[in-house]
Design a protein around this ligand. Structure first.
Ligand SMILES: *Cc1c(COP(=O)(O)O)cnc(C)c1O
Length: 366
């Protein structure tokens, strides 16, 4: 049996009866949009991340672009972030007319290099978007300090970091706003699309809630325009079921990662590092290897199908370059990681037998 980098179906199979019952209940209820299940999910998910408010939306990209919009970001404004991220982060920024300003990543942890942020700040800079890439926490204390000094907003892109923590404080509770995706392969995944925006600021919460649905208030009147980006009741009901097992799934991912970290021993493979005093939730278990082509061929020959995050940096995409502000010579580590990076299979349902297979395979690689 092939082993894939992600296996979203295994989570459905694992909770099949509960998921089908939950979905049936929604079908029979006749309430399909912004009803009980969405409200319940918004409450539970925001509590889990120590945030006061949660506003569920259609996907993680919308979560970011809505956040930028309600913070007043306009055409020509600048948003500082990394391009060693899902294309979604950059797509969301560009969709608002703002300019992604690309900063290099930290050499060991792959999150934004906070020493490089200040010199990129101009009078057009409005927001910093740190990405908790692979499930590793960005250096939020430092980022928030810089943001405060220059009066900038911080949006945490938590799409890969559900449940990650710095000391005992959850990601998503540091910035002014934080965004999550429930794309099926994420650490909490829907069976379809989903996303959420979290905030502790009641004014922002109201703006986001209105913007999500045409700009409507409780009386269905709109003082400002909005869009339609609602999470639906069916996806919310599935997420509510999966949320019950979330803490178990998170522990499972971490334990698989720890097994890889302690048992993979091969001088051709560089294992990931975890920042001190943080909980890395290992959305992706990312290794580096000099001869990537050879290593990948070897894995595939042995029926292990790895992933790549990301062989093309966001700003290198043909359709994106001209919208981004970057200097190629300043992106040393982003470039390096994109060349040598391989993602090993990791998901809570990965069997011990398969984990051991992968470890043995890698240890025997020459
Ligand atoms: C998945 C992801 C998103 C958003 O994804 P959607 O597909 O729109 O839900 C945003 N940022 C990062 C880093 C991601 O991994």
């Amino acid at each position: 049996m092939p082993i894939n980098v992600f296996e979203p179906k295994s989570q459905f199979i694992n909770q099949k009866n509960q998921i089908i019952n939950a979905v049936k209940k929604v079908f029979k209820s006749g309430n399909y949009i912004l009803s009980k299940e969405v409200l319940k999910f918004e409450k539970k998910f925001s509590v889990l991340h120590q945030a006061k408010y949660g506003i569920a939306v259609k996907n993680g990209t919308d979560a970011i672009s809505i956040s930028l919009k309600v913070l007043g970001v306009k055409k020509g404004d600048e948003v500082i972030t990394t391009s060693h991220t899902a294309l979604a982060t950059i797509a969301a920024i560009i969709s608002t007319g703002a300019i992604p300003v690309i900063v290099d990543i930290d050499k060991d942890f792959y999150t934004i290099n906070t020493n490089l942020i200040e010199k990129k700040i101009t009078n057009r800079t409005k927001v910093i978007i740190p990405v908790h890439i692979y499930g590793q926490c960005a250096d939020m204390q430092k980022i928030c300090k810089i943001a405060k000094k220059y009066k900038l907003f911080v949006i945490e892109d938590c799409a890969q970091a559900h449940g990650a923590k710095i000391s005992n404080k959850s990601v998503g509770s540091f910035g002014h706003i934080s965004t999550f995706s429930f794309y099926p392969t994420k650490n909490l995944g829907a069976i379809g699309d989903g996303g959420i925006v979290l905030t502790n600021n009641s004014k922002l919460e109201k703006k986001i809630r209105k913007f999500r649905e045409y700009g409507w208030d409780h009386q269905r009147r709109a003082d400002n325009p909005g869009i339609n980006s609602r999470l639906d009741e069916v996806q919310a009901s599935i997420l509510n079921i999966k949320l019950k097992k979330f803490s178990f799934s998170k522990k499972k991912r971490i334990s698989i990662a720890n097994k890889y970290l302690s048992e993979i021993k091969n001088k051709n493979i560089k294992l990931p590092k975890v920042k001190q005093n943080t909980t890395h939730v290992f959305h992706i278990f990312s290794i580096l290897t000099k001869n990537k082509k050879k290593f990948v061929k070897y894995l595939i020959k042995n029926k292990v199908f790895p992933g790549f995050h990301y062989p093309i940096l966001a700003h290198q995409n043909k359709g994106y370059s001209r919208f981004c502000k970057f200097k190629k010579s300043e992106l040393n580590y982003s470039n390096k990681i994109s060349k040598f990076q391989v993602s090993l299979p990791i998901y809570p349902e990965l069997s011990n037998k398969n984990i051991n297979n992968i470890i043995n395979l890698i240890n025997n690689y020459k």
